[in-house]
Design a protein around this ligand. Structure first.
Ligand code: NCD
Length: 293
């Protein structure tokens, strides 16, 4: 039984296979590979892209999907996460896709070894399928030539599970990662190069990944005025000029704080391509965990 708690659960061969499978699924509508499989989605935090992307991916491969809304479940009556999970597992799913505010929740459930557990975002620590779809988008854009390409991650890095999973995966596959953030958004323990302003590094950057301020994870407000923050960190045409830079964002984008309206319409911005690629990458993940492992 294989789980996807973070990308380090994947061997190098599996990582390559995911990129290949996702590319095949994108090129050609996939067959109903998961026709007899059942997945349950269990999302304890809000989601637009990730949940629907997993559901679309599963259904495109012929699997059935059942969604449990914890705000209307026995969690509200005090049932523990482990008990809720064990009860769902008693119904015989082939996998449970979970999003939770605790960093350790997916790992805890995976260790129960009852069904394949897929992490759809946990706390501020891991969001492996987002990291994988970002890698797929980068790999596709540079036609596989990604060794040594430099990615600047810009925004609330300290509180972002997208940044945290992404940094681990990008370093592993040989991208050069630099961090751009105001001091309160900079991870304290990181040894990666840190810059306060994008202007200090922009000349030598191939990819910019912009991130939303994770307001729901701030114990108290960090900035009172995000318009002031945007003056320094919003990705605008003035900042990027005509440079050949791939612009990414996991969504939801705070318009004109993270990325300007104008840049969202710029062909260098691949935010919707990331969403599109997310479906193909998640198809590849489901195939790997449910069929190949
Ligand atoms: C992110 C998340 O929930 O971690 N969204 C996503 O899954 N695409 C990022 C965010 O909420 O800022």
């Amino acid at each position: 039984m294989q789980h996807l708690v973070d990308t380090n659960d994947l061997s190098d061969i599996q990582l390559q296979q995911l990129l290949n499978d996702a590319a095949h699924f994108k090129a050609q509508r996939p067959p109903q590979l998961l026709k007899d499989k059942l997945l349950i989605t269990l999302f304890f935090e809000p989601s637009t892209r990730t949940r629907s992307s997993f559901e679309v991916a599963a259904k495109r491969l012929g699997a059935s999907v059942v969604h449990l809304d914890p705000s209307r479940s026995s969690t509200k009556k005090g049932e523990s996460l482990e008990d809720t999970f064990a009860n769902l597992c008693a119904m015989g799913p082939d996998g449970v896709i979970i999003r939770h505010e605790n960093n350790s929740a997916p790992g805890l459930l995976a260790n129960m070894q009852m069904t394949s557990v897929i992490n759809a975002g946990a706390g501020n620590y891991a969001h492996p399928t987002q990291a994988l779809l970002d890698l797929f988008t980068i790999h596709e854009h540079f036609k596989g030539d990604i060794q040594g390409k430099r990615i600047a991650i810009v925004g609330d890095i300290a509180n972002s599970r997208v940044a945290s999973s992404g940094i681990r995966l990008f370093k592993r596959i040989g991208l050069d990662v630099v961090l751009v953030a105001p001091q309160p958004f900079m991870p304290q323990e990181s040894t990666l190069p840190q810059y306060e302003h994008l202007e200090d590094v922009i000349e030598n950057v191939d990819i910019v990944m912009s991130l939303r301020a994770q307001l729901e994870r701030h114990a108290k407000p960090i900035f009172d005025d995000y318009e002031e923050y945007a003056k320094h960190y919003c990705i605008t045409k003035e900042r990027l000029q005509e440079r050949n830079i791939l612009l990414l964002h996991p969504g939801p984008v705070m318009r004109n704080i993270d990325i300007s309206d104008q840049m969202l319409d710029d062909p260098r911005c691949k935010v919707l391509e990331q969403v599109k690629n997310g479906v193909f990458l998640r198809m590849a993940v489901l195939k790997l965990l449910l069929l190949d492992s």
